[in-house]
Ligand binder design. Structure first.
Ligand code: ADP
Ligand code: ZN
Length: 605
């Protein structure tokens, strides 16, 4: 293991292993198979990259994502590691070139797309050379139930059949037990050791706000917390992604759209821009995301509620891979609840599917409405036993929501539903409660009923929050016929009959919360000298990355730049002690960096 540690230090420039990395590497180096379940940003890649360098032969890495492979290989090359990609973007000649080098034993790692790997040509080719290991990245792609399903992944057990002595490592950030079982089955990993990490992402701050004017709310969130930073905004519809992107651009926040309805060229182009740019917001449907390994995504915002906690966790997990402070922010309202329920009701799937989907939605709603720690609820749902009740880094912990005794209002709302025959949506019901004589109210003579005007004391916003929570708590449900018509449930009948007290959450306004380790780089960049140095380093990094045609983070991560500013190293030895600086990068950039740092006068200030 001392060899693994010295590679970590010299090549990658990191002082210590994280989490289970050391154990996994040790297991793989001696030829054991394993399945690694680790959250996004946990550091999965090192688990096979270091064994690839330690074992004889080339490591074959299977990955479903072309853009991801290319950036990973660029990052490895930057560290002086011999790695290459074999996928459909190469010309015939280039492919031949790579194959020749492969046969010559020139590579430590080769990244291939699954369809290429499975060709007889390729399998025969690698049968002629020593193989260090097989790494199967994004292993959850074998799961037919997930939306990342890749049919080729199901044939990857051929690796085991054909090369029984080559160790395999499968990796995924998908936590649930069902997927885990499927991966083991389909990849024939029955004898593999399973390394399961906690799925907590402590650097991600969770915040869910009441939706009022979501565009404006999003704007203030980005503007106050992450101006000029990279982020992802998820929306449900293609049209909305384009609308929001245009709106952000018009308001001075550079944004791009991404959805499955765009041409694949356009999508690839926008993705590439997002990966390279340090301060771009991507407004996307969930078609965007798997394998986005951009480490400096500072926030993930949801303008529409995801269908399930699994989805929410996966999407928000794309923030803060570099371990630096990041946010998961969501605006959620009554319409989200109704829309999601309607989508389930209207889907053509069978009863079983609808039942499962409803359960998942209910769990998601419970997370939105919780008055306890979001992180505890999230991890509990993912099946983790948690040792804390308050994480200290979510909106609920930092700003505990107030509850109020809403019994009277709830009774008014429920009896209004009852008196109108359980055939109307929240908008109409609120009109009645607030005594609003609309055409529709008059048409149905709802100004004649006893609940007309009995809720004038509360605003529309308050009533919407009440209806939303009634649905979330199962005191109202949407009917199968009729658009969003609300009906009573068994639970609401009990509340009405027994006059039981109901406490609801008071609307939480958006508020910037003071939290541990907050303020990203600004916190570290205190004086004007430091600010100048930081800007100078960022410019240098952008130029360098541009020349190489790679994303800036491939040259150095933000974390490394911050340490340059903080420690202001003046010699090669001092540079090497900084996280993210390995010997190769030192040789390549040490001179330029020392020049910048010596001119920075940071030490005299
Ligand atoms: P995953 O694939 O699990 O999402 P990555 O392998 O991309 O995670 O690693 C996430 C980030 O953490 C990367 O930027 C990587 O360089 C960094 N990293 C990984 N291991 C370590 C370590 N031991 N020390 C410091 N940084 C690390
Ligand atoms: Zn919390």
């Amino acid at each position: 293991m001392s060899r693994a540690l010295s590679i970590l230090k010299e090549v990658f420039g990191y002082p210590d292993f994280r989490g289970q990395q050391a154990e996994i590497i040790e297991h793989l180096v001696v030829g054991g198979d394993c399945l690694v379940l680790m959250p996004t940003g946990g550091g999965k890649s090192l688990c096979y990259q270091i064994p690839a360098l330690l074992r004889k032969g080339v490591a074959i890495v299977v990955s479903p994502l072309i853009a991801l492979m290319q950036n990973q290989v660029a990052a490895l090359n930057e560290m002086g590691i011999d790695a290459a990609v074999l996928n459909s973007t190469l010309s015939f000649e280039e492919m031949r070139g790579v194959e020749q080098k492969l046969l010559n034993g020139d590579y430590d790692l080769l990244y291939v797309a699954p369809e290429r790997l499975l060709t007889r040509h390729f399998l025969d080719l690698i049968a002629q050379i020593p193989l260090a290991l097989f790494a199967i990245d994004e292993a959850h792609c074998v799961s037919q139930w997930g939306h990342d399903f890749r049919p080729e992944y199901n044939q990857l057990n051929i690796l085991h059949v054909r090369f029984p002595n080559v160790p395999r490592i499968a990796l995924t950030a998908t936590a649930d037990a069902v997927t885990r079982k499927e991966v083991i089955e389909r990849l024939a990993l029955h004898d593999a050791k399973v390394f399961l990490s906690s799925f907590d992402r402590p650097n991600i701050h969770y915040q869910i706000v009441d939706k009022v004017n979501s565009k404006q709310q999003l704007f203030s969130f980005i503007q106050t917390e992450y101006p000029r930073k990279a982020g992802i905004v998820y929306c449900l519809s293609r049209k909305k992604t384009e609308e929001i992107a245009a709106w952000l651009n018009a308001h001075g926040i550079p944004a791009l759209a991404y959805h499955a309805g765009m041409s694949s060229d356009q999508r690839a182009q926008n993705q590439e821009k997002f990966l390279r740019d340090e301060s771009c917001v991507m407004v996307a449907t969930i078609a965007f995301g798997m394998g986005i390994d951009k480490p400096d995504v500072r926030f993930v915002a949801h303008l529409d509620m995801p269908k399930s906690i699994e989805g929410y966790y996966q999407e928000t997990g794309r923030a803060g891979r570099d371990g630096q402070q990041a946010s998961a922010w969501m605006a959620y309202g009554l319409n989200d609840v109704i829309q999601q329920r309607r989508m389930i009701e209207e889907s053509k799937a069978g009863a079983r599917f609808k039942q499962v989907a409803t359960k998942k939605l209910e769990a998601m709603l419970a997370l939105c409405e919780t008055t306890a720690c979001r992180r505890a609820q999230l991890l509990g749902y993912l099946g983790e036993t948690i040792a804390f009740t308050a994480c200290g880094n979510c909106d609920v912990c930092l700003n505990p929501p107030k509850t109020w005794n809403a019994t009277v209002a709830v009774q008014k709302a429920l009896s209004c539903v009852y008196r109108t025959g359980q055939q109307f949506g929240a908008g109409h019901l609120i009109d009645i409660l607030r005594g609003n004589r609309t055409g529709r109210v008059e048409q149905w003579r709802h100004d004649q009923i006893s609940t007309f005007g009995i809720g004038r004391d509360l605003s529309i916003k308050n009533w919407r929050a009440i209806f939303r929570q009634l649905i979330a708590h199962g005191l109202l449900t949407t009917s199968y016929e009729g658009y969003g018509a609300l009906c009573l449930t068994d639970a609401s009948r009990v509340v009405l009959k027994e006059r039981r007290d109901v406490f609801l959450r008071q609307p939480a306004e958006y508020k910037q919360l003071e939290r541990a380790g907050q303020k990203g780089d600004e916190l570290l960049v205190r004086g004007s000298h430091e600010q100048r140095l930081w800007d100078r380093l960022r410019d240098w990094r952008a130029e360098t990355a541009n020349e190489l045609g790679v994303p800036a983070y491939v040259v150095f991560h933000d974390v490394t730049l911050k340490e340059f500013v903080r420690q202001c190293p003046q010699t090669e030895d001092e540079l090497l002690r900084i996280t993210g600086v390995g010997t190769h990068k030192l040789d390549k950039y040490g001179g330029q960096l020392i020049e910048i740092l010596r001119n920075a006068e940071c030490r005299d200030s």
